[in-house]
Design a protein around this ligand. Structure first.
Ligand code: FAD
Length: 350
């Protein structure tokens, strides 16, 4: 939807094929970092999103076993000033609703909901953008060797009532609970009275509780409030090439990644903006393929760097034994502003 909006605002005529009949109250929470919000600001939808979202004060890094806060990285106070856009958290359905409304209000976007797009062959478009997610069917027409690879962990998701959660977790911020081989992230979903919890642990575990045995009493109490967990097996996609002629992949279709830097959606949103910039230049169909190739090369470097950040986060969050002991000593000694400013290359983007 972001790509459709960006392209249509540039004067292209866009048809969106979406296999789902409608966008229900899908999914759970999503963190929208300033690099994503910068794009959404340019597209004129940031205010509408902000009205449904919420700007967390900070990210707390918490020792999941002992319960202490090891560091509190400032968000609300610094992101807008540093990067010209806020760090928000929202319910996915609210983000979708705003983008869908903006597409509906933009001349040049035609929505075809309930339509599965099978193949680019026979379709009379100048460009086909495969934004069909991790299980992309169109990927085999671009890079048949690229397939989702299991990462050995599962993200379990649920939501709990914000009033119940408030005595156990900081509902004004994002909390990351760190422990051996597992971690969990909790934040309020925008203006809604619900706290999103994502618990990441070994894929062999059949109930998330089993992976968090022996964690702090506060964390256990939070876990006791949670029910109705939905598992999402973590997989990644590393396509070597994102375009074939005038077909191009963006988002999870090209580069699904683990959620440990909370950037998969942000990268898809960035892709949309830079794809529109790439397609603003070519004067003819031959030029389009060359522009798409340049776009892919440009994006692949940044996406790879973000993927590595996610992997580094996972290693730090899930340290055990002596490493966790070291983390508990070192983390509080590092100035929080310095920790968050290290991510200027990311949040200042795309
Ligand atoms: C636990 C977890 C937490 C996450 N948290 C964050 C976060 O905080 N911040 C963040 O930025 N990212 C986060 N992500 C990543 C983010 O969810 C994804 O990167 C993002 O949804 C990818 O968007 P996409 O549009 O590429 O694909 P999708 O969101 O998968 O959308 C693909 C769309 O294509 C449609 N479709 C598929 N096949 C066809 C077809 N053949 N024809 C027509 N339509 C089709 C589908 O119905 C769907 O609507 C998280 C992921 C997980 C698993």
């Amino acid at each position: 939807l972001t790509a459709a909006l960006a392209l249509a605002l540039d004067g292209h005529s866009v048809t969106v094929f979406e296999k789902a009949e409608g966008f229900d109250d899908i999914g759970a929470g999503i963190q929208l970092s300033p690099n994503a919000m910068n794009v959404l600001t340019q597209l004129g939808v940031a205010e509408a999103i902000a009205a449904r979202a919420f700007a967390p004060q900070s990210i707390r890094l918490i020792d999941g076993l002992r319960g202490g806060v090891l560091s509190e990285l400032p968000l609300a106070a610094t992101m807008q000033a540093r990067h010209g856009a806020p760090y928000l958290v929202a319910h996915r359905a609210d983000l979708h609703a705003v983008l869908l409304a903006a597409c509906g209000a933009t001349a040049g976007v035609t929505m075809r909901q309930g339509r599965v797009f099978e193949s680019a062959g026979g379709e009379a478009f100048d460009v086909v953008v495969a934004a069909d997610g991790i299980n992309s069917a169109l990927r085999r027409e671009i890079d048949p060797t690229a397939k989702p690879v299991a990462l050995g962990q599962t993200a379990w998701r649920t939501a709990i009532d914000a009033r119940d959660a408030a005595r156990l977790v900081d509902t004004a911020g994002v909390s990351v609970f760190m422990g051996p081989g597992a971690h969990a992230v909790a934040y309020r979903m925008g203006a809604r009275d619900a706290v999103n919890i994502v618990a990441v642990c070994d894929a062999a575990v059949s109930a998330p509780k089993d992976a968090f045995k022996g964690w702090s009493r506060g964390f256990a109490a939070l876990f006791d409030l949670a029910a109705g967990w939905t598992p999402w097996r973590l997989r990644e996609v590393r396509a070597a090439q994102w375009n074939a002629g005038r077909m191009v992949m963006i988002g999870d279709a090209a580069h699904a990644m683990a959620p440990h830097a909370a950037q998969g959606g942000a990268m898809a949103i960035e892709d949309a903006s830079l794809l529109a910039a790439a397609l603003a230049r070519p004067a003819n169909r031959d030029g389009i393929a060359a522009s798409l190739k340049e776009f892919s090369a440009l994006r692949a470097n940044r996406v790879e760097r973000v993927r590595r950040l996610g992997e580094q986060n996972r290693r730090i969050y899930q340290m055990g034994g002596i490493m966790a002991f070291g983390r508990a000593i070192v983390t509080p000694l590092m100035p929080p502003a310095r920790l968050i400013n290290r991510l200027d290359w990311l949040y200042g983007g795309p």
